[in-house]
Design a protein around this ligand. Structure first.
Ligand SMILES: O=P(O)(O)OC[C@H]1O[C@H](O[C@H]2O[C@H](CO)[C@@H](O)[C@H](O)[C@H]2O)[C@H](O)[C@@H](O)[C@@H]1O
Length: 285
C-alpha cells in the first residue's frame, strides 16, 4: 500500500534519532504530550512480551502474564487494534498471552498469524527449518555441559541464554557461539537481555513485521497511529521503523539505564511492566 511504501523510502534515506533513555519523556507523566502526538488518530498497539508485559525473570518458562495483565490487554483489544510482537516462538507466546482474538508475531517477527488471515507468507522469508535444526543441535552439544546455559528453539531463531551462567563460565559459553558463527554460514546473531539470538541472515526484524501487520490489518492509513511497546535491543528495530511512520515508541526501561550509556529510538518511556499496564488502561476508551 502507498502508505507503507512511503515509510520504506523514508527509512532508507534517514538516520534514526537516538536519545539517552533518561531524555525520553515518561509516558504517564507526559500523557498530554503523548495525546498530542496521537493527534486524534486511533492507536494501533503492538506489544512486546518479555520485559514489557511481564518482568524479566531467571528462566523463560517462569515469565507468566498476570491475570490482571491479561484482563487489561483483553479489554483494550476489544476497543483498539492490538498485536503481540515477540522474540518467542509464536505458539509459545500465544499460549502465554492466552487471548485468541489477537494477532501474534513470533520469532522476532518472522512468524506472523492473524485471526482472519492465518499464518502469513512473508516476502523474502523462506523455510529455514534445516538451518535452525543445525544451529539448535550444535548449540546443545556445546552449551549443555555449561551450568546455567539454556538453549531455546523457536521456529526462526535459536536463543542461547546465559542469565544463569557464572562469570567464570561465560568465556566458554561465548566461545561456543563464536565457533558456531564461524562454522555455519547464512546466520546472524542478535544480542538481547542475557541472550544471543541466532537467526537466518535475512533482512527481517520486528520493524518489518509491524509494517507488514499495518498493511495486512488495514491500519496503514493516516487515521491510525502505530504504537510499539518494547524493552530490548531487538525492539529498537520497531522503534526505528515507527519514526518513519509518524508512530510512537514506548520503551520499558528506568532512566538509570542511561548510566550504562543506553540510547533508544523510542519516543517515550515507562519504568516497568506495571506502568505499561497503567498506560494501556489510559489508552483504553
Ligand atoms: O521480544 P520479547 O517478547 O521480549 O522476547 C525476547 C526474549 O524473551 C525471553 O528471554 C528473556 O526473558 C526471559 C524471561 O524473563 C529471561 O529469562 C531471559 O534472560 C531474557 O532474555 C525469551 O526466552 C526469548 O525467547 C525471547 O527472544
Amino acid at each position: 500500500m502507498w502508505w507503507s511504501r512511503i515509510w520504506e523510502i523514508f527509512l532508507v534515506t534517514t538516520e534514526p534519532r537516538l536519545r539517552p533513555v533518561r531524555d525520553l519523556p515518561h509516558a504517564l507523566e507526559a500523557f498530554d504530550t503523548l495525546e498530542a502526538a496521537l493527534n486524534g488518530r486511533e492507536p494501533a498497539i503492538f506489544l512486546d512480551y518479555d520485559g514489557t508485559l511481564t518482568p524479566i525473570v531467571s528462566r523463560p518458562e517462569d515469565a507468566i502474564l498476570s491475570a490482571e495483565g491479561r484482563a487489561v490487554v483483553d479489554t483494550l483489544a476489544r476497543k483498539r487494534p492490538v498485536a503481540v510482537v515477540s522474540g518467542r516462538d509464536r505458539p509459545d507466546v500465544e499460549t502465554l498471552v492466552g487471548i485468541d482474538t489477537l494477532t501474534f508475531a513470533g520469532s522476532h517477527g518472522f512468524d506472523i498469524r492473524t485471526p482472519t488471515d492465518g499464518v502469513l507468507a512473508l516476502e523474502g522469508v523462506g523455510d529455514y527449518t534445516a538451518l535452525m535444526d543445525e544451529v539448535e543441535s550444535r548449540l546443545k552439544v556445546g552449551l549443555d555441559p555449561i551450568p546455567g546455559a539454556l538453549v531455546e528453539r523457536k521456529k526462526f531463531s535459536v536463543a542461547a541464554h546465559y542469565r544463569l551462567v557464572s562469570d567464570e563460565e561465560y568465556p566458554v559459553f561465548r566461545s561456543v557461539l563464536d565457533r558456531l558463527m564461524g562454522a555455519v554460514s547464512g546466520l546472524k546473531e542478535k544480542p538481547g537481555k542475557k541472550v544471543f539470538e541466532i537467526q537466518p541472515a535475512i533482512d527481517w526484524d520486528k520493524g518489518k513485521a509491524v509494517a507488514t501487520l499495518l498493511g495486512t490489518l488495514g491500519l496503514d492509513d493516516p487515521g491510525h497511529a502505530p504504537m510499539f511497546f518494547g524493552d530490548d535491543v531487538t525492539d529498537e528495530d520497531a522503534f526505528k521503523a515507527l519514526q518513519g511512520m509518524n508512530g510512537i515508541g514506548v520503551l520499558t526501561a528506568p532512566a538509570s539505564d542511561s548510566d550504562q550509556g543506553r540510547v533508544s529510538a523510542a519516543d517515550f518511556r515507562v519504568d516497568d511492566p506495571d506502568q505499561v499496564l497503567d498506560l494501556l488502561r489510559r489508552l483504553t476508551p
